[in-house]
Design a protein around this ligand. Structure first.
Ligand code: C5P
Length: 130
C-alpha cells in the first residue's frame, strides 16, 4: 500500500517554538500547528518540508532528526514531525492566519491541532534543551 506522508517542522529559535495558526478547514480554524504539508510524488519527506516552509512561511530550512510518534491520519496519510533548522529568512504567514513563537512554559496552554498534541512531550523537551 502506498502510504502518503504529511511532514511538519519543529523549528526552535532562542528557546521558542514556531507555530502557525490554521485558516482551514473550519474545524481546525484558529488552532495552531507545526507548519508543513503533504509530500508530493517524486519528493523525499525532507524535500517536501523545505518546499512547504518556503511556500507557506518564506523561509529556508534544513530538516534534521524526526521527533515523536508517527500519527495516523484519515485516507491512509501519516503525519511526521522533524526538528528543523531555520537557515535564513524571517517567517511570514503567507498561508496561515498568523505565526507565533512559544516557550516551553507557554506551550501546554496553546490551542494546538489535536494531532500535534501527541508531540507535546518531545516539543517541550526540545525547547528546554535549546
Ligand atoms: O496542511 P494540510 O491541510 O495540507 O495538511 C494535511 C493534513 O495533515 C490535514 O489533515 C491536517 O489537519 C494534518 N496536519 C496536522 N498537523 C500538522 C500539519 C498537518 O494534523 N502540523
Amino acid at each position: 500500500m502506498n502510504v502518503r506522508v504529511v511532514v511538519a517542522a519543529a523549528i526552535v529559535v532562542d528557546g521558542r517554538l514556531l507555530l502557525a495558526q490554521r485558516r482551514r478547514p473550519a474545524e481546525l480554524e484558529g488552532l495552531w500547528e507545526l507548519p508543513g504539508g503533504k509530500v508530493e510524488a517524486g519528493e523525499t519527506p525532507t524535500d517536501a518540508l523545505r518546499r512547504e516552509l518556503r511556500e507557506e512561511l518564506d523561509i529556508e530550512t534544513e530538516a534534521g532528526e524526526r521527533i515523536g510518534v508517527e500519527v495516523p491520519l484519515a485516507d491512509g496519510l501519516v503525519l511526521r514531525a522533524y526538528l528543523t533548522e531555520l537557515v535564513s529568512g524571517t517567517p511570514r504567514a503567507l498561508d496561515h492566519a498568523a505565526i507565533g513563537w512559544f516557550s516551553a512554559a507557554e506551550l501546554p496552554a496553546v490551542d494546538l491541532v489535536p494531532n500535534d498534541r501527541m508531540w507535546l512531550p518531545e516539543l517541550e523537551r526540545a525547547l528546554r534543551a535549546s
